[in-house]
Design a protein around this ligand. Sequence first.
Ligand code: ADP
Ligand code: ZN
Length: 229
Amino acid sequence: MGRKVLILIGHPGAGKGTQARAIMHRLDIPQISTGDMLREAVAKKTSFGREAKARMDAGQLVSDAIVNGIVAERIARDDCKNGFILDGYPRTVHQAETFNTYLKKDDHLFVIEIGANSDDLTKRLTGRWICPGCGEIYNTYSRAPKVEGVCDVCGWTLFHRSDDREDLVRERFGTYKEETYPLVDYYQQRGVYHRVEGPRPIEDVTKAILSIVEGVAKKNADSSRGGGT
Ligand code: ADP
Ligand code: ZN
């Protein structure tokens, strides 16, 4: 059986990370967030991290060479053998082209756009607080933790991303529109693109994503039973 490879695309704040975390438990494949891996490299002050920091602090993309390299290394690990969920990669057509060379013939690729309205997203981002311990995501406007600044699940002190500032959020939306949005067309032409509506309860979005993955997998199984290719 081939790997299940999910690519989540959507505006900053559309809920890629939240959904990736929800579906990884259901599909039993890991979430790979290039944003998280880059922030880790920045915190550790690795040579990649130093180079990435300036770009991230400006709301711009880190170079394709760095990002492609970390993804190639990550998906080669054993926990990715049945598949993985990419959250934040590929983010340019050029990255998508490189990523094609990482795919195997029997992989099942699903590209899922989480649709969103950019007006709602600014609040989601500027109000976002994240747990460094368990990854839970909170929001001061809509999903505040019981005790301010403390994770309900594990008790760690929450942090606010330095790029979740209003001016940088605007910059990141611009970067998305120019560099990432062309991927919709790119994957549509390849017949692997799907879209789910983002502005509704988290569980509903999760269900919609799972039904795409399970529905397409079932259709493929049916057509191969029917003597198709
Ligand atoms: P968001 O999607 O909410 O903007 P991420 O956590 O996915 O946030 O990414 C944060 C930053 O990390 C981006 O603004 C960008 O600078 C960098 N980054 C993440 N993934 C990539 C990528 N695939 N290519 C280039 N830069 C990336
Ligand atoms: Zn936590």
